[in-house]
Design a protein around this ligand. Structure first.
Ligand code: SF4
Ligand code: SF4
Length: 346
């Protein structure tokens, strides 16, 4: 394994159809130095799109990366984590169903498809952060059990972040459901009794014993004890505790970057990044239905630091693509905050 400088960036322009694009991706892969060795277990982080989303990258690109990893004797698997909101990815069962419907099957990819936070969202661990917003962040336990990672990101717009690339794929993509909620809001749990089945799981997971629960009664949240960790929101199988989205837009950018930086601290020396600026849509692949394109297809990037890779992608695509989609969002804060906390040097 050769040491590559974090600022090394590789680019391959795409073609004008799927086959040509796969050839471009292969050319890019051939230029990259893998961060894994033969027999390593390699987690390929992707996003297979929300149910009814039509802008996600087809599974053919991921399959090409899987082939490349296998050609070096390593053992790849593909993964993503579950999300906060109800839909086609709230739990492992629905997420895997959506993956299958979008063509991301073990047969097509040639490797297992895994839910990073496990069957019920509890395969997660706390890792240190301590920059500005979080003393620790909660992420998939794969961060401990996986030898190396390939982060395969789809560059496009995003309704809160402005754009989504490698930083967001590592941040939201590795985060537990509770950590996703912490990034989106300062939590004050609010129960919807119409949805609650009184299963008691929220009370079991609460680290503060802030949820009083007796069989035959709805849980009672003692907010003076609550520390806003959001684990009750993350665990609830019925989405009966309100998911909150009301954080200040600049704070959200910082929290997104901080979570990515905490993950990167742990995985940076065993992780390779690939970004595709193809199907550059206004919103991310979490959205279902129509999603207009805001820029033409550009190509594939490879690199070794997510901040540098996202900056290089935007420099090539042009800031106007993001401005056209989300002129009111402080997306540049991702870069200033990343510089401020030293993320760009890792
Ligand atoms: S986890 Fe959800 S469904 Fe279960 S008791 Fe708590 S709020 Fe109700
Ligand atoms: S947010 Fe955390 S501390 Fe507050 S009630 Fe929910 S689980 Fe308990």
């Amino acid at each position: 394994m050769t040491e590559h400088h974090k600022s090394n960036i590789y680019f391959q322009r795409c073609g004008n159809n799927l086959n040509a694009n796969i050839i471009s991706l292969r050319k890019l892969l051939d230029q990259l130095e893998p961060k894994f060795t033969s027999s390593d277990k390699v987690g390929i982080k992707i996003h297979w799109g929300e149910r009814d989303n039509i802008s996600f990258l087809p599974a053919d690109y991921t399959a090409e990366i899987v082939n490349w990893v296998k050609s070096m004797g390593a053992k790849p698997f593909v993964f993503d984590t579950t999300v906060l909101y109800s839909g086609g990815r709230r739990d492992a069962e629905s997420a895997l169903k959506t993956a299958r419907e979008h063509g991301f099957t073990p047969q097509k990819l040639g490797c297992p498809v895994v839910i990073g936070d496990g069957s019920d969202g509890t395969d997660v661990i706390d890792i240190p952060s301590g920059y500005k917003h979080f003393p620790s962040v909660q992420v998939t336990s794969l961060i401990e059990s996986t030898d190396a990672f390939v982060i395969f990101s789809h560059f496009k717009g995003h309704l809160l972040a402005g754009f989504g690339g490698a930083i967001k794929n590592i941040s939201m993509g590795f985060a537990s459901r509770a950590q996703k909620q912490r990034m989106h809001a300062d939590v004050q749990p609010q129960l919807n009794t119409d949805k609650c089945t009184r299963c008691g799981k929220c009370a079991e997971i609460c680290p503060q014993n802030a949820i009083e629960f007796h069989q035959y009664m709805y849980p009672n949240f003692e907010l003076d004890k609550c520390i806003g960790c959001a684990q009750c929101i993350g665990i609830c199988p019925q989405v009966a505790i309100k998911v909150q989205w009301n954080v200040d837009k600049t704070t959200f950018q910082e929290r997104l970057v901080e979570t990515a930086a905490a993950v990167w601290n742990i995985i940076h020396d065993r992780t390779l990044l690939i970004t595709a600026a193809i199907n550059i849509t206004k919103e991310c692949d979490c959205m279902s239905g129509e999603n207009p394109r805001v820029y033409q297809d550009v190509g594939f990037w490879g690199g070794y630091n997510p901040v540098i890779l996202d900056r290089a992608t935007i420099d090539k695509v042009g800031e106007q693509a993001i401005e056209k989609a989300h002129s009111n969002l402080p997306w540049r804060k991702q870069f200033t905050f990343a510089t401020q906390i030293g993320f760009v040097k890792q």
